[in-house]
Design a protein around this ligand. Structure first.
Ligand code: 4AD
Ligand code: MG
Length: 429
């Protein structure tokens, strides 16, 4: 029976069979060291000419980078091996000899790698990022399931905008106009009125002509929405949630974080209360640092980095000006020029990973906002209904998966955090 590299520790001293690819090879006329990968991990297979049948030796010497094979061998524990084990090879069965694999083990430029993303994914760093991504998703679901949330799936094809009309992806829905979802939030508010606490997880689309290391055209967002939850509780849930995700990755992805050479001491700190700074104080702080930013301006990426540098954990920036935030955010009753919202800014310059707020629950105010933002009442009638029939205080947030992974993995660019990134001017492969 086949086993996997991840499970090989259960078979020390036994002969096992693995389906795998050759990642790299070195050796001499007497011994070959095969670096093998099977997706679950990497292991070295040792082929000793004097100890194996002639055809096994021959097959082993023929192997090229990314050839596929079945290998048999006896598992040995080895403290020096990165995986902790080595394989004393007894049999090699080639499935296919790969020829001229385009990605060599030397450095390649980013464009070349992006053109070969379908193969680039096989390399140890990219595999590690994808494994962390999988763990982040698992831990997110775990947190919400354990805390009484229901998973609800909002639509992708929508008739209206959720976050503003400037960056919508337009398409036709037969004879009607339709847009790819920018956020499931509005639908999640309806779901929260039906199920109390809900979360969604899915792709969202923004036709932003931004070419930064934080922007994707298609990215994945997790969006919880909670009835009877105010701004304070919303922030409490966010810090518990992000702590759980980071601590889960630390616990379950040690090998991957090592491959990525991530300084994990910075992540260990991510638990307990997160610091908070009001928008007003953040503006003052930036001005003290010499910025000419004024009250009412939005923060750019460098501003976020300057603010985040003051803290060694993610920081909430709270209560932004009403003017620069989305139409659905609830104004502070004591100060209607700001809204009850918060962005969570990751440490180390990774920028905003969460946007969230308490939502407007008063139908009249919501109607006023429709007018101010020139949103058609017809299109949003269903959304107004949520305020007309048993309105309640409620809040929610959206966490951008790729930015969160870039931070946790310590990557320079979000393009490596998603299997097939959709970016400005890149739709292939
Ligand atoms: O701040 P945003 O736009 O908030 C919303 O969409 C709300 N409706 C969420 C909610 O309250 N349910 O986006 C939320 C997060 C950002 O903090 C960021 O992490 C990520 O989504 N994000 C992007 N990630 C990659 N590329 C982009 N172009 C992104 N735009 C937003
Ligand atoms: Mg935002």
């Amino acid at each position: 029976m086949l086993t996997t590299i991840a499970r090989i520790g259960q078979h020390v001293g036994q002969e096992v069979r693995l389906g795998c690819w050759l990642y790299n090879k070195r050796g001499s006329g007497k011994i070959q060291f095969l670096q093998l990968r099977d997706g679950s991990g990497f292991i070295q297979g040792v082929v000793v000419k004097a100890e194996v049948a002639e055809d096994v030796w021959e097959q082993a010497t023929k192997l090229t980078q990314e050839s596929s094979l079945y290998i048999t061998g006896i598992v040995r524990a080895d403290d020096r091996a990165p995986s902790g084990y080595e394989l004393n090879v007894t049999g090699v069965e080639i499935i296919q000899l790969a020829e001229n694999y385009p990605i060599s083990l030397k450095e390649h430029g980013v464009d070349f790698l992006m053109d070969h993303r379908h193969l680039w994914l096989r390399t140890p760093r990219q595999r590690a990022v994808m494994a962390v991504r999988s763990e982040v998703i698992r831990a997110m679901y775990e947190f919400f399931q354990e805390n009484g949330f229901y998973k609800v799936d909002p639509p992708i094809l929508t008739p209206t905008s959720a976050e503003g009309t400037t960056n919508l992806f337009h398409t036709k829905y037969f004879d009607e106009d339709a847009y790819l979802s920018q956020s499931g939030q509005l639908y999640m508010e309806a779901a929260a009125m039906a199920l109390g606490r809900v979360y969604s997880f899915g792709p969202t689309f923004r036709a932003e002509k931004s070419k930064t290391r934080r922007h994707l055209i298609e990215f994945w967002m997790i969006e919880p929405e909670m009835a009877f939850v105010d701004q304070e509780e919303n922030l409490r849930i966010q810090e518990a949630f992000v702590s759980h995700v980071v601590q889960s990755v630390l616990k379950n992805c040690q090998m991957e974080l090592k491959t990525l050479e991530r300084d994990t001491s910075k992540l260990e700190n991510v638990k307990g209360d997160f610091p908070r700074i009001s928008y007003d104080d953040a503006i003052k702080l930036l001005q003290e640092k010499g910025s000419d930013i004024k009250w009412g301006d939005d923060f750019g990426a460098p501003d976020e980095t300057t603010i985040a540098e003051h803290f060694d954990k993610p920081v909430f920036i709270t209560n932004y000006p009403t003017e620069i935030k989305a139409f659905y955010m609830k104004p502070d009753p004591n100060r209607p020029e700001v809204v009850l919202c918060a962005d969570m800014i990751a440490p180390e310059g990774y920028g905003e990973i969460i946007g969230g707020s308490q939502r407007i629950d008063d139908p009249e105010l919501l109607e006023k906002r429709f007018a101010e933002h020139e949103l058609s009442e017809d299109a949003y009638r269903w959304y107004l209904d949520l305020r007309k029939y048993g309105t309640v205080p409620h809040s929610g947030f959206g966490l951008g998966l790729e930015r969160t992974i870039a931070w946790i993995c310590g990557l320079d660019h979000v393009r490596e955090t998603i299997p097939f990134p959709r970016m400005l001017y890149r739709l292939y492969p």
